[in-house]
Write a protein of this length. Structure first.
Length: 374
């Protein structure tokens, strides 16, 4: 329920444009279907595996000739999210009202030069709820590709009108619950990621980076374990599952690096899976860099677009405790500023383009709200 009516929601049925990234680049957006004809879908063997991706590619600001607004998510997906989030007290008929601002006309021809960054979403969460974060990262000079994993994320809409709903992955709720379902989903996501890299023509020489939020964080580490084209990975506040709890990242000649990025109340002091994963990393000579960080007063919901959307539309002050639990106390703008700086610095360092940024060596005046735990 609302503490007070959300008066700013949809005045005159208007739309809401999300801010562009804070980095020096503008971005283009390309949405594509990828079909892996070599693999039956593990969740439905009546068809081959199909993925939907969104690719956010940097463009030098001076080379962007025209900006256009595009829908933040398709109407079918927005309708599903309306139903899901209304159960937490959010108003309906809102998520289809947002737009992204992207570069729609450019003379720039070097779009293939930017490093690849893959993004895997949370369980039962559409890739569209990470589009603003992806655009923020892309604005610092990375081609960011968000991936929908059908039958795992809540809803995926394809260009021909097909819609695949999620719910096939059962997460453990109690300590002794089975992890078989999530471990299977991690294997599927890892193969999805390798297929995307294959499609892009990425080699070990090219090197890629990967990020995941929540369950996507565990998927990131699993994909790295199986594919050494991924030079570094980041887990945004997700519990760790799967083979990485027993087998370290990196192989001889192909070192890998990892950031664990937690929230207040969720880090290696409270999550045994993080401790186990960290200890495995510690014991490997092939892991050449690792850090654990967090943001003061952050929560699990700080690291997806909903945390920014509620501010753009003016909802945050009206959220009750249940609704606020999905976004936390720290504004989306501040989280985006932090992630833009830290993630891009990590990427450039791992790719050998820059030295380690001072923000990883201790608190700085600009980022006193970021804690380095390890």
């Amino acid at each position: 329920m609302w503490k007070h009516p959300p008066a700013l929601v949809h005045p005159n049925n208007e739309s809401f444009t999300l801010p562009q990234g804070t980095g020096p680049f503008r971005t283009t957006l390309n949405v594509s279907e990828l079909i892996d004809s070599s693999r039956q879908d593990p969740f439905n063997t009546s068809h081959v595996r199909r993925l939907m991706i969104s690719s956010f590619t940097p463009i030098p600001s001076s080379q962007c000739k025209e900006l256009s607004k595009v829908p933040y998510m398709p109407p079918t997906v927005a309708a599903v999210e309306d139903e899901i989030l209304s159960a937490y007290g959010y108003p309906k008929d809102i998520w289809g009202k947002f737009d992204l601002e992207v570069c729609s006309s450019t003379t720039y021809s070097r779009q293939d030069k930017f490093p690849i960054t893959l993004f895997s979403p949370g369980l039962n969460t559409t890739r569209h709820f990470y589009s603003s974060l992806a655009q923020q990262i892309a604005s610092f000079g990375f081609r960011v590709i968000t991936i929908d994993h059908p039958y795992d994320v809540d809803v995926v809409e394809f260009p021909n009108g097909d819609v695949i709903y999620g719910g096939r992955v059962v997460p453990p709720r109690q300590k002794n619950d089975s992890t078989v379902s999530v471990e299977h989903a991690l294997e599927v996501r890892a193969k999805d990621v390798s297929f995307v890299l294959d499609t892009l023509g990425i080699t070990t020489r090219d090197k890629a980076i990967m990020i995941g939020q929540s369950f996507g964080g565990a998927a990131t580490s699993t994909a790295m374990l199986y594919d050494n084209r991924i030079r570094g990975g980041i887990n945004l506040d997700g519990k760790m599952f799967g083979p990485v709890l027993n087998t370290s990242l990196g192989t001889p000649g192909h070192p890998q690096a990892f950031l664990l990025w937690g929230s207040d109340g969720h880090n290696s002091s409270s999550d045994a899976s993080w401790v186990q994963f960290w200890n495995i990393l510690e014991g490997s000579k092939e892991v050449d860099y690792k850090k654990e960080l967090s943001v003061v007063n952050s929560s699990h919901g700080s690291y997806w677009d909903l945390n920014l959307l509620v501010d753009v539309v003016g909802l945050r002050d009206g959220l009750d405790e249940t609704a606020l639990s999905l976004v936390g106390q720290v504004s989306g703008k501040r989280i985006w500023e932090i992630l833009g700086r830290y993630l891009s610095a990590f990427f450039w360092f791992m790719l050998g383009e820059k030295e380690e940024d001072g923000v990883f060596k201790g608190p700085t005046g600009e980022f006193l709200d970021v804690k380095i735990l390890h």
